[in-house]
Ligand binder design. Structure first.
Ligand code: FMN
Length: 367
């Protein structure tokens, strides 16, 4: 049984421990999608994680879903990430870039280009976008043409190359949480009649083609994939998840750096995927709807039960930059403040305190 504190090497990623910081959008990039010095500080503070997964980063202008989210689709953006990855590496950490195309989750007023969102079909998500004019219903997106789809696949590959050029250790393809790739997977929002809609195989096609293009661009050993089966977030409904996800797991390249699963009170699905996927599995465990933010205790149980090889922590890592050291001491933990999650300055971002450790209680001396 692996300990949370034991190292793990998977593909090109050498993790010093099995604490993974889950991807978390914090909306503090510039309006042009550039990473900032404050973002470098935020990530460097959390570099004692075995692996950090960056916030969702748009691989194209049309992939942007939220105000002040960062991009990786031009040279200036790639250059802006260099100080971030360098700061993380100076602290001995590892960081991959989460490439996230939001699809129909967005609103034209959120971005300079005021573009209409793209999606598999012209079906609006039920929900509200948070715009400068207050919450507004998600508008009806434009159904992607064949040319849009080819462009989207290219955009992921180009963004992956930019990520490596910017010093990231790899890339995580976001295929969950109701964003574009997930939208293609379900008939609820994919009613296409071409080769990207209809059968399970057709609905998986875009994800598989994006994964293949990214792996071709930067190597499967530097590529991870995030899934969130049966998670209703962002107006998702999945009628055939128990067929679709096994089919996906069987077809993902076996030499991917990892598969990352966000569990949504569906342990049976986790067990099924653990059985089918022979590669490295990172789990963001939520055994029941009541499970709160992932804690070191939950994570230790996950490893004890061999449900996964590493565990992703969201809110607790956000609020505890020194989560690994705190965990070694058994806490205490700062509580995350949701009012500062999205957008703003250093408040609720880089000002969560670390434990003041006395020399006798240095984390290294505890095991
Ligand atoms: C502020 C915030 C932003 C998030 N942004 C993203 C994101 O950009 N990409 C993503 O895949 N998940 C995102 N998530 C989901 C987290 O990765 C994670 O799955 C979720 O917080 C549940 O884990 P936890 O219970 O440990 O917090 C976000 C969560 C939070 C709290």
């Amino acid at each position: 049984m692996a300990s949370l504190y034991s190292p793990l090497t998977t593909g090109a990623l050498a993790l010093q421990n099995r604490f993974v910081m889950a991807p978390m959008s914090r909306n503090r990039a510039t309006a042009d999608g550039l990473a900032t010095a404050l973002m470098a500080q935020y990530y460097a503070q959390r570099a004692s994680a075995g692996l950090m997964i960056s916030e969702g980063i748009q691989p194209s202008i049309t992939g942007q879903g939220f105000a002040q989210s960062p991009g990786l689709h031009n040279q200036q953006q790639a250059d802006s990430w260099r100080p971030v990855t360098a700061a993380v590496h100076r602290q001995g950490g590892r960081i991959v870039a989460q490439l996230m195309h939001a699809g129909r989750i967005g609103h034209p007023s959120l971005y300079a280009s005021a573009h209409q969102s793209l999606a598999p079909s012209a079906i609006a998500a039920n929900g509200l976008a948070y715009t400068a004019a207050g919450p507004q219903p998600y508008p009806v997106p434009r159904a992607m043409t064949g040319a849009d789809i080819r462009q989207c696949i290219d955009d992921f590959a180009i963004a992956a190359r930019f990520a490596i050029e910017a010093g990231f250790d790899g890339v995580e393809i976001h295929a969950g949480n109701g964003f574009l790739l997930h939208q293609f997977m379900t008939q609820h929002c994919n009613q296409r009649t071409d080769q990207y809609g209809g059968s399970v195989q057709n609905r998986l096609r875009l994800t598989l083609e994006v994964v293949a293009a990214v792996a071709d661009a930067i190597g499967a050993h530097r590529t991870g994939v995030r899934l969130s089966p049966q998670n209703p977030y962002n107006d998702m409904q999945e009628a055939d998840a128990t067929t679709l996800y096994p089919a996906l797991c069987r077809q993902l390249p076996a030499d991917l750096a990892y598969l990352h699963l966000m569990e949504a009170a569906n342990r049976d699905m986790t067990l099924l995927i653990r059985q089918l996927w022979q590669g490295c599995l990172i789990l963001n465990p939520h055994h029941s709807a009541q499970s709160g933010p992932v804690t070191p205790q939950i994570a230790a149980e996950v490893l004890q039960q061999d449900l996964a090889d590493a565990v992703a922590f969201g809110a607790l890592f956000l609020a505890n930059p020194d989560l690994v050291a705190r965990s070694r001491r058994g806490g205490p933990y700062n509580q995350p403040d949701p009012s500062f999650f999205y957008g703003g300055d250093a408040t609720g971002y880089t000002d969560y305190p670390t434990l003041q450790l006395s020399p006798r209680a240095e984390p290294e001396s505890l095991s």
